[in-house]
Structures are given as C-alpha cells and as structure tokens.
Design a protein around this ligand. Structure first.
Ligand code: FSX
Ligand code: SF4
Ligand code: F3S
Length: 371
C-alpha cells in the first residue's frame, strides 16, 4: 500500500497528488468522495496518447502549464498521459520528430487525444503557418481524423484569439470552425488556468466521456459562472466604490475595477476562485481589470478601458429597496420584494443597479442608500 509521503512521480508525493484530486473534484462540483475514484482512474489508467500541435500563438498556454508549481501540475499531467508529440518540449527535431508524430498517429488511430494550441490561418489555403512543409490547416485536418477527442487549449485555438482580430489578415479561426465531426472541448483563456486543462483530462480519464459543455464548447464546471460573481472586489462594486485611475488611492484601496474597464460582469471563468500559479493571484487581485480572456467576443475585441453593460445584475441588486420610513403605509415587505423582482426582470438591464454605476468623472466612492 502506498504511503502519503511516497513519491509517485518526479517530486510529487502521494499526498500532493491526493490534494490535487480533491481540488479537481471540488472544481468539478462533484461530491468529496469522488476524489478517490478520480485518483484510482488516474493511477490505473493506461496513459492515453496525446499529440500536441502548435499553430499561431505565443506558447503562453504551454508556458503557463509548465510554470505551475506545488504540486507540479505539469508533472502530474505529463505523468498521466503519454505525450508523443509537442514541438516545444520534445527532444527530437526534424525527421525524428516527424516520425514520432506519424508513429503515434498510426499506432493510436481513433484513440489519441489531440491538443491544439494556437489559431489556424485559413486565408490563401492557410499558407501563413507551416510546420515541416505542411499548413496548419492540412495538419489539423489529418490529425483530427484519427483523434478520439480534441482539446483546443487557449483562446487562440478555441476561437481564433488575437490573430483573428479585425482585419484578421491571415483568416485565423479556432478548431471548431474547421473540424465538425469530433468531440471538441474548448479550454479558453490567454493563457488558460492549468487546472482547467488538468480537470478536463482527469474527467475524461475517469468517466470516459466529455464533461458537460456550454454553447461555446467550454466545460461548464470551469466556465459556468461569471468571475464577477465570486470576485473579492464585489463588495466594493455593490457599494458603488470604484477605482478611477491606476495608482491613485481608489486603486490602492482595492476598489472595484469596473470603471477601468473590467470585463468581469460579462466573462465566464473560474479564475476568481481557482487562481493562478498556486499563489492565489489572478488579474483582478493584482489590480488589473479582467480583459475577458475566455470570451470570443471580448478578448482584444473590446478595448481594455471600455465598460461592459451590466445585463443581469445578481442579488442583492435585484432586490427592491426596503423603505423603513413608510413601514405600515404601503405594501408589506414580502410583496415589495416580489414586485421588485418582477420589475427587475421586466426591465432586464437592471434600472436599480444603473443608479449605482458611476458616470465618468464621478468620485470613486459612491455609497448607495436605500431610501
Ligand atoms: Fe493564444 Fe496560447 Fe494566448 Fe498565448 O499558445 S491563448 S496568445 S497565452 O499562448 O494560444
Ligand atoms: Fe470584480 Fe471586475 Fe466585478 Fe469589479 S467589475 S467586482 S473588479 S469582476
Ligand atoms: Fe482572463 Fe479575466 Fe480571468 S482576463 S484570467 S478571465 S480575470
């Protein structure tokens, strides 16, 4: 029987491994006891072959995975899978590398997981990105054919990313615009959180099926909620306290970054909860507004300083204000609450919230009072 301090793979103890399984179980919203099933599946699994392709990108997705620490997510991932081809990590080059790709593709036909990093240029038959004389378009089509599932990692591979911003000179698109007949699990983010990739692979190994996906092909367990819902600056948002300028006292006090263009109210991701680098940081915690890096229509398509619309205010903003002065004169509080909710739903854009949102030039602190 394995002990907790046994090293199970390069510097990772069994205790580290189990802790990661517990984190992943919680992230996926599964009951605590499931961590044992996940651990067992990972330990007994037959290391699925993974072919990892690089197209138009900055390699930040691989970098973010490799830079993760304690426990080393990259070590766990690399131990869980058989990474047969990865242009950044593999020792081989040239014909040797090409041979590994060909061998893995043939030996694991219909079974390998294809990970794609980077967008695919489609203009002029895709000549704007070529590796070993083949266009990304050709390589993706060939490799997709024998894949069991495809995981586009990062926003570039998921939706085109920065390369696809107008005028999109190379006609860059994401995997799902080209491959239509394979299961595709998008893990967007620029770069994405390594835990989201790890959890997706673990889910696939444990349950032998895809996790539930949203309409943009993202696992709901990681991209099901807006970051605004769990942001530590949310109390400031609700109280109408906004940072106005980088480095000024409102910014230094940690006020909400909405006025600096934070896209949190429109961005679906779990980074406010499952943070980066295992040190508890994420963009908003270090004072930068979210730039919507998991969203196809926000990242690099809306200016950083542009404010997003608040379409669906979540409680408490949807509650009707309680007017204690008129107590006894009008409707009872319960009726007022129900009417308030109905009104909030009818107005859609949240008129009550609108009064809380500052106009340009307002002071950072805007206490709202129920009156
Ligand atoms: Fe794109 Fe990933 Fe952004 Fe970079 O490779 S999602 S540009 S972090 O690296 O593809
Ligand atoms: Fe956090 Fe941004 Fe929402 Fe403000 S607008 S609460 S900083 S996510
Ligand atoms: Fe990306 Fe916004 Fe999170 S920029 S990392 S989704 S805070």
């Amino acid at each position: 029987m394995k002990k907790d301090d046994d090293i199970i793979c390069d510097g990772v103890t069994r205790r580290d491994f189990l802790k990661t399984c517990v984190t992943v179980t919680a992230m996926m919203g599964l009951p605590f006891a499931m961590h044992a099933k996940i651990a067992e599946a990972v330990e007994t699994n037959q290391n699925p072959a993974v072919i990892w392709l690089h197209f138009q990108e900055c390699t930040g997705c691989s970098e973010s995975l490799l830079r993760s620490t304690h426990p080393t997510i990259s070590t766990l991932i690399l131990d869980m899978i058989s990474l047969d081809y990865h242009e950044t990590l593999m020792a081989g080059a040239g014909h040797q590398a090409e041979k590994s790709l060909h061998d893995s593709m043939t030996a694991n036909k219909g079974k390998y997981i294809l990970v794609v990093e980077g967008a695919i240029p489609t203009k002029d038959n895709g000549i704007y990105c070529k590796v070993s004389g083949k266009t990304s378009l050709e390589t993706l089509r060939t490799l997709a054919e024998g894949a069991a599932a495809i995981i586009p990692i990062g926003t570039c591979a998921s939706y085109g990313g920065i390369q696809s911003v107008a005028p999109n000179p190379t006609g860059a698109v994401g995997v799902r615009d080209i491959v239509k007949d394979k299961p595709i699990i998008n893990i967007p983010g620029c770069p994405p959180n390594p835990y989201n990739f790890l959890s997706t692979v673990m889910y696939f190994l444990t349950f032998k099926k895809l996790p539930e996906l949203d309409t943009l092909g993202r696992p709901k367990f990681a991209y099901g909620r807006k970051i605004h819902e769990h942001c530590e600056r949310r109390p400031h948002f609700d109280a109408g306290r906004f940072a106005l300028k980088y480095g000024d006292p409102t910014h230094a006090e940690g006020y909400c970054l909405y006025k600096l263009g934070c896209k949190g109210p429109e961005t679906f991701a779990n980074c406010s909860v499952q943070r980066f680098n295992d040190t508890g940081v994420w963009p908003v915690s270090v004072g930068h507004p979210c730039i919507g890096c998991t969203e196809p229509d926000i990242l690099f398509k809306k200016a950083i300083a542009e404010k997003v619309q608040i379409h669906l205010p979540t409680p408490p903003d949807t509650y009707a204000p309680v007017n204690l002065k008129d107590k006894g004169k009008g409707a009872d509080p319960l009726t007022t609450g129900v009417l308030g909710l109905a009104a909030g739903a009818a107005l859609g854009a949240g008129a009550m919230l609108a009064k809380k949102l500052p106009k340009d030039g307002d002071h950072g602190e805007e206490e709202t009072k129920d009156e």
